[in-house]
Design a protein around this ligand. Structure first.
Ligand SMILES: NC(=O)c1ccc[n+]([C@@H]2O[C@H](COP(=O)([O-])OP(=O)(O)OC[C@H]3O[C@@H](n4cnc5c(N)ncnc54)[C@H](O)[C@@H]3O)[C@@H](O)[C@H]2O)c1
Length: 251
């Protein structure tokens, strides 16, 4: 494998998540020096130990935590905003708590980490910011309206910011996965009560119907796209949403 990230400091938020860890592992294999952030301190430490990364645990929807993470990185070359996660419910079933959690996890983490990293990248005249968005923003996936409100903000932030920093050596893009299977999600579902498994099977059938390849994507497929967008060679790519979606946006 090439060493596209040799000498580069890469911050991955949500580094304890299956996708965040997969991205971090991919970039580590390409030579990155990693700094991981996540709310889940135990899983974060395990991920950092496995990858030889530095880590900062805490709630990145709080500005001081985001600043502490970026300051641990010193001078970040790459920021992958992967902290997030859906509270996937029919819209009227959301509570005040789930509404706020959805926006906090996805949008505020991205805003605060990006705002902390930008001045450092601007001073260095180099930066790659990659937001992990969601294909559901584009296709209006069933039960995803509130999640889409949060991830839609993440997509929109990237396009606006890309224009502001286009002449400063900083690119800002979104990689938008569709339905990605992870061993963790499979195990959670296998342990769920029968009624929930039936409900989810119907839900997955609906999602599958939107994907021409008729299968979920893998963490490795997301990580491969992120690695390109985050690399130096993606120098003319900014303000874009790259869908990793098995063709699901094709009519
Ligand atoms: N799995 C999918 O099908 C899919 C599809 C599209 C997008 N995504 C996005 O990919 C990313 C990773 O998702 P995943 O499926 O691997 O697992 P996940 O949804 O469990 O990952 C979310 C991670 O973010 C962390 N996090 C949440 N709020 C945080 C906060 N306030 N501060 C710090 N960390 C916080 C969680 O602890 C967790 O490790 C998420 O942004 C998710 O929205 C996932």
């Amino acid at each position: 494998m090439s060493e596209r990230f040799a000498g580069r400091v890469v911050v991955v938020t949500g580094g304890a998540s299956p996708i965040g860890f997969g991205i971090a592992a991919r970039l580590a294999r390409e030579g990155a020096t990693l700094v991981l952030g996540d709310l889940d301190s135990d899983r974060l430490q395990a991920a950092a130990d496995e990858l030889g990364a530095a880590a900062h645990a805490g709630d990145l929807s709080r500005r001081e935590t985001a600043e502490a993470l970026i300051s641990l990185a010193g001078r970040p070359d790459v920021l992958i905003n992967c902290a997030g996660g859906g509270v996937i419910l029919p819209t009227p079933a959301h509570t005040e708590e789930t509404l706020r959690a959805t926006i906090d996890r996805n949008l505020w983490t991205t805003l605060y980490c990006t705002l902390a990293a930008l001045p450092l990248m601007a001073r260095a005249g180099y930066g790659r910011i990659v937001n992990i968005g969601a294909e559901s923003v584009r296709n209006g996936l069933y039960r995803h309206a509130v999640y889409n409100a949060a991830k839609g903000g993440v997509h929109a932030f990237a396009t606006g910011l890309a224009r502001e920093y286009a002449e400063h050596g900083i690119t800002v893009n979104t990689v938008a996965p569709a339905w990605i299977t992870t061993p963790e999600a499979d195990a959670r579902l296998a342990a769920a009560p029968e009624a929930e498994r039936r409900d989810m099977a119907g839900f997955f059938d609906r999602i599958r119907a939107t994907i021409p390849m008729r299968r979920p994507g893998t963490v490795a497929e997301v990580a491969a796209a992120v690695a390109f967008v985050a690399s130096e060679e993606a120098s003319y790519l900014t303000g874009q949403t790259i869908s990793v979606n098995g063709g699901s946006s094709m009519l």
